[in-house]
Design a protein around this ligand. Structure first.
Ligand code: GH3
Ligand code: MG
Length: 567
């Protein structure tokens, strides 16, 4: 049963209780007016009509009013009605004592119970006693009603079974239900609307509770027909045993329901506290946490996650994790989520990037697991933990950069060059491409150091690196491998001659003056070129040959390029 249904049912019970109280008053008024004005209407319907005692009718009216008064909400202002309601219950009790002097019947006993129940209603700690008494009143009401209904001699005239029984029976059932419905969400009543096992047990007990008094009513009629109760003591004995049985049945049912109810309340309370504890823990957790639906929607998020991604809780619960994941990391994240659902993995642990609300990219370590239904094992949702690792990632990135780059010029170093060379050579081998390797050394660089100082030398190296970089295409690699020595890898050449053109362009470029710290510096460079596959197919061989060609260039007067194999 959904929460909405429960609420409709609750308001239905409340209005039912109100209607029943009115009905009790109406029946009381009807009987009373019949007595006052001596209406013979009923006698025409049933010749052996015996009216209900007028005292009973007055009591029923009072009960109805007491019930109505107690239906007002228990607030400071309305508590006066509750008190009046209770006083009426006491008055009924007093009235009953006077009636009891005439006779003690099952009806009188019931009236006593009703007044006690009315007194106890809405009192703290008496809920279960009240509801036990209510059940009992209902059982007796049903019993009275069924003894009348089963009576085959109804028209032949039976002294004890009269129309009065019908009124009493109906009224007692109405009182019992009305009292129950007064507190539709507490005590035993809560079970009738609960969708727990306690609730289903309670609902299944309804037919049993109704069947018991009907059976006893039937047994009484059978007993009477067969003169089973030969003496009046026999009848009394029967009533006493029924009453005892009802008491036992009522107590048993009440105890059972109370027990399940208390257990149920305890479980609910424990669930609530554990849920509260979970939310508190989640919200105070220093790392980002989220409960994510299978389609990726954030169901619940904590403060830390909101701060991490820069969205408010409300904003975040309206978007999916896919929407804030960096597009390069999306495929792996989605694939892993699918594997989690399929049960192929138990944990999705990846490092990924989120795009913050302001557009910044952050790195996070994501750990996601899947929560499944404990019974059906159906996937319910992901539980994810998100840790900010941007700082670590940046440091790692910096370290990696340092390991592969020259710190002065920021160009690739020998290590990265060798990596790129091996990739390029593999590629060239497979597709039969021509590569060129150039060794470039600045001419008379030492003299700059000596005349203008090491710092100016450094700045000149940096400026030369920038200029070289500009002269080349993005597919080419330029590395600084030592002092004033650079290596250039030219990819995808049409032919070996192209390398010479590029070398010439570089030499012309480099021979333009540099302006460093106010000094106009002229520096040339010499380039040695080896060609793959013409000069060799191994990296070391081509490196060596380019180096040799460069030295040949130096010997030949510098500021020029030389092929290892002259063209
Ligand atoms: P050549 O034309 O024969 O190449 O003459 P060179 O003066 O350029 O001599 P060589 O290439 O053999 O020497 C390079 C010099 O570069 C050696 C060293 O003093 C200097 N050097 C090496 N590393 C650095 C550096 O990081 N900064 C500076 N400023 N100078 C460096
Ligand atoms: Mg040099």
């Amino acid at each position: 049963m959904s929460r909405r249904n429960n609420l409709t049912l609750l308001s239905f019970f409340k209005s039912a209780s109100f209607v029943m109280s009115i009905l009790i008053i109406c029946i009381g008024m009807l009987v009373l007016s019949g007595w006052l004005f001596n209406i013979t209407l009923f006698k025409s319907i049933s010749p052996n009509y015996v009216s209900m005692n007028s005292e009973y009718a007055i009591i029923f009216i009072l009960i109805g009013i007491a019930l109505l008064l107690q239906q007002t909400h228990f607030t400071k202002q309305s508590s006066i009605y509750l008190i009046i309601g209770k006083w009426i219950a006491i008055i009924i009790f007093g009235l009953l004592i006077t009636i009891t002097t005439h006779s003690i019947t099952i009806v009188i006993l019931n009236f006593f119970l009703v007044s006690i129940a009315l007194f106890l209603v809405k009192m703290k700690n008496t809920l279960y006693i009240n509801q036990t008494i209510n059940t009992f009143i209902g059982l007796i009401g049903l019993f009275i009603l069924t003894t009348y209904l089963f009576n085959p001699d109804i028209h032949a005239g039976s002294a004890s079974l009269t129309t009065a029984s019908v009124y009493s029976g109906i009224c007692f059932i109405l009182i019992s239900l009305s009292l129950f419905f007064l507190q539709p969400s507490s005590g035993v009543m809560s079970l009738f609307i609960s969708n727990t096992s306690g609730g289903s047990v309670a609902r299944r007990l309804i037919p049993v509770v109704i069947a018991a008094p009907i059976l006893f009513g039937y047994l009484q009629i059978i007993g009477e027909q067969h003169n089973f109760y030969s003496a009046s003591t026999g009848m009394e004995f029967y009533y006493i045993s029924i009453t005892l049985t009802f008491i036992i049945v009522t107590l048993l049912i009440s105890f059972m329901l109370m027990h399940t109810d208390i257990l149920q309340l305890k479980i609910e309370r424990e669930l609530r506290t554990s849920e509260e504890r979970f939310h508190k823990a989640m919200d105070t957790a220093p790392i980002g946490m989220a409960i994510v639906a299978l389609d990726g929607k954030f169901i619940e998020v904590n403060k830390a996650l909101c701060e991490l991604v820069g969205y408010s809780k409300d904003e975040l619960t309206h978007i999916t994790f896919q929407q804030i994941t960096h597009s390069d990391d999306l495929a792996i994240d989605v694939a892993n989520s699918r594997k989690l659902i399929e049960g192929k993995i138990h944990l999705n642990q990846i490092e990924k990037r989120y795009i913050r609300k302001n557009g910044d990219v952050i790195w996070v370590q994501l750990t996601a697991s899947l929560l499944r239904d404990s019974v059906s094992h159906h996937p319910l949702y992901f539980i994810t933990q998100v840790q900010d690792i941007t700082e670590r990632k940046l440091t790692e990135e910096r370290i990696r950069h340092l390991a592969y780059h020259d710190s002065l010029t920021n160009l690739p170093n020998r290590r990265l060059l060798l990596d790129r060379l091996s990739i390029a050579f593999d590629f060239a081998k497979r597709y039969q491409l021509t590569l060129a390797l150039m060794f470039l050394d600045l001419d008379k660089f030492k003299s700059i150091n000596d005349s203008l100082g090491h710092d100016v030398g450094d700045e000149l190296l940096k400026a030369a690196a920038v200029r070289l970089n500009h002269a080349l295409r993005s597919v080419d690699t330029i590395a600084r491998i030592s002092g004033d020595e650079f290596v250039i890898l030219l990819n995808g050449l049409q032919n070996a001659d192209e390398a010479g053109h590029i070398a010439q362009k570089i030499i012309e470029n480099m021979s333009q003056h540099f302006l460093i710290h106010g000094h106009e510096i002229y520096i040339g460079c010499t380039i040695g070129i080896s060609i793959y596959p013409n000069d060799g197919v191994e990296i070391s061989e081509l490196m060596k040959k380019a180096d040799l060609a460069m030295y040949a260039g130096k010997e030949a007067g510098r500021n020029q390029y030389q092929y290892f194999t002259p063209r």
